[in-house]
Each structure stands twice: as structure tokens, then as C-alpha cells.
Design a protein around this ligand. Structure first.
Ligand SMILES: Nc1ncnc2c1ncn2[C@@H]1O[C@H](COP(=O)(O)OP(=O)(O)OP(=O)(O)O)[C@@H](O)[C@H]1O
Ligand SMILES: [Mg+2]
Length: 225
């Protein structure tokens, strides 16, 4: 994508699951380099589906355009959809190894990512032997080990304790990469993002500064929030 076109752009995205449920309906969304966007909507509004579509993991109608070389990492809502290696260290080292890094270098990078997410000491553990909050952090470490330009975060605070949520929010606040954050935590969405996109029934029903959306409680209630 040229010039000001952004890092990623969804144009007229439509997706229906094989059982016929329509989950995305003519969605337009654009994210620029370094931008932070909250994705808000009631249960079933289509947030997870949209993130999967942006990661080009779903055969949608419409288009997803990426800037040349733009790397996208996604953190799934359910960590168990993401984890498949026999140890925590193997999970985080997988992407760097795949990218061609030598084993010692990949290990060093993985250890640094684990340290950053408070998982040092757990590197030999099987991922299924972690708590949900720890698995959530592990997925973040994996996503960041891919050095993305855009991070797609599906409810990263779900399952974290309050201190863990605050810590993650602090860390996200310090990131220089762009992110799209699907969350039900309006307070953290307000502190972390400038802009929000509200989904309802697979459609974008509101796009505005996050603070403005949060301030309009009546409108949010009408949208099932
Ligand atoms: N595998 C599936 N097969 C059929 N329908 C699905 C499937 N996954 C999701 N849906 C439906 O697609 C719609 C969008 O679901 P999606 O998971 O994207 O919502 P969401 O906004 O992420 O909700 P939540 O806040 O509960 O995570 C819903 O109507 C849901 O029931
Ligand atoms: Mg979801």
C-alpha cells in the first residue's frame, strides 16, 4: 500500500461460517503505523472473526491489504488454539528458528521474551501445565518474538489477575508497534487506544475516539455494552 494508505486495510470484508452464520458484513478498517485501535462489541459481535480475517486466516469476501513487508502477529482469544509445542521455550523459539536464526540466538531471543512476560523459570514446562493467565502471557511472548509491525490482540486481559492486567497494559502502552485490541475492558481500552471501532452483528456501527465512545454510556448500552 502506498503513502498514507496505512499498515493494513480491510475493505468490504464479509464472512459467513460454514453453518451459514454471518459474522462480518461489509467491514472497513484501516490501521496506520504505530496506531492503537480498540475493537469493542458485545459477545458474538464479530471481534474475534475480524481479527482472524485481518490475519488472513479466514477465506473472506472483500480485501485485506497490507503494506509491503508488514508483519502481523495475532494472539488468539483462547491460548489453546495457539499452543502446540512440547515446552514453553520451544513455543517461543519456534518463530525465530523458522525465520532462520541459529539455535543459540533463537534461544536467547526466546528467553528474553519469557523474562519480559514474567515466565522465566517455566521454560521447560509443557504449555498445558501453565495456568490460563500464564498461557495468555506465553501467547504474547510468542507473538512478540515474531517482531511484528501490527499486533492483533484478542482479549489479552481475559484470565489475567488485576495486577497482571495492569502490568500488561503498562507494557502495551510502551509498545511502538501498532495494535488492534479486542477487549471488554473499556477502562483499559480508554487508557491504551486513541481510536475505537464498535462492532454489532458483524458490522462497524461506530468509529470514533475511544474516550468519546466511553463517555457516551447511553449509546454503549444501546449497543449491548
Ligand atoms: N466456528 C463457528 N461456527 C459458526 N459460527 C460461529 C463460529 N465462531 C463464531 N461464530 C459466530 O460468529 C459470530 C461472531 O463471533 P465472534 O467469535 O467473532 O464474536 P466476538 O465478538 O469475538 O465475541 P466474544 O466477545 O464472545 O469473544 C457469532 O454470532 C458467533 O456465534
Ligand atoms: Mg471473541
Amino acid at each position: 500500500m502506498a503513502g498514507n494508505a496505512g499498515l493494513i486495510a480491510a475493505e468490504g470484508l464479509c464472512y459467513a461460517f460454514p453453518n451459514g452464520v454471518s459474522a462480518l458484513d461489509q467491514v472497513q478498517l484501516r490501521v496506520h503505523a504505530g496506531e492503537r485501535v480498540a475493537l469493542i462489541g458485545a459477545n458474538g459481535a464479530g471481534k474475534s472473526t475480524l481479527l482472524l480475517a485481518l490475519a488472513e486466516l479466514l477465506p473472506c469476501r472483500g480485501k485485506v491489504r497490507r503494506a509491503p513487508g508488514c508483519r502481523v502477529s495475532i494472539v488468539f482469544q483462547d491460548p489453546d488454539d495457539q499452543l502446540f509445542m512440547p515446552s514453553v521455550l520451544d513455543e517461543v523459539a519456534f518463530a525465530p528458528l523458522n525465520a532462520g536464526l541459529a539455535r543459540p540466538e533463537a534461544r536467547k531471543q526466546a528467553m528474553a521474551a519469557l523474562e519480559r512476560f514474567g515466565l522465566a523459570g517455566l521454560e521447560e514446562r509443557h504449555p498445558s501445565a501453565l495456568s490460563i493467565g500464564q498461557r495468555k502471557r506465553l501467547c504474547l511472548a510468542i507473538a512478540m518474538a515474531m517482531t511484528p509491525d501490527l499486533l492483533l490482540l484478542d482479549e489479552p486481559f481475559a484470565g489475567l489477575d488485576p495486577a497482571g492486567s495492569r502490568e500488561l497494559a503498562r507494557w502495551l502502552g510502551g509498545l511502538e508497534v501498532a495494535f488492534v485490541l479486542a477487549t471488554h475492558n473499556l477502562e483499559l481500552a480508554g487508557s491504551l487506544t486513541e481510536r475505537c471501532v464498535v462492532l454489532q452483528g458483524g458490522r462497524v456501527v461506530l468509529e470514533c475516539p475511544t474516550a468519546e465512545a466511553i463517555a457516551d454510556a447511553d449509546r454503549l448500552r444501546d449497543m449491548g455494552l
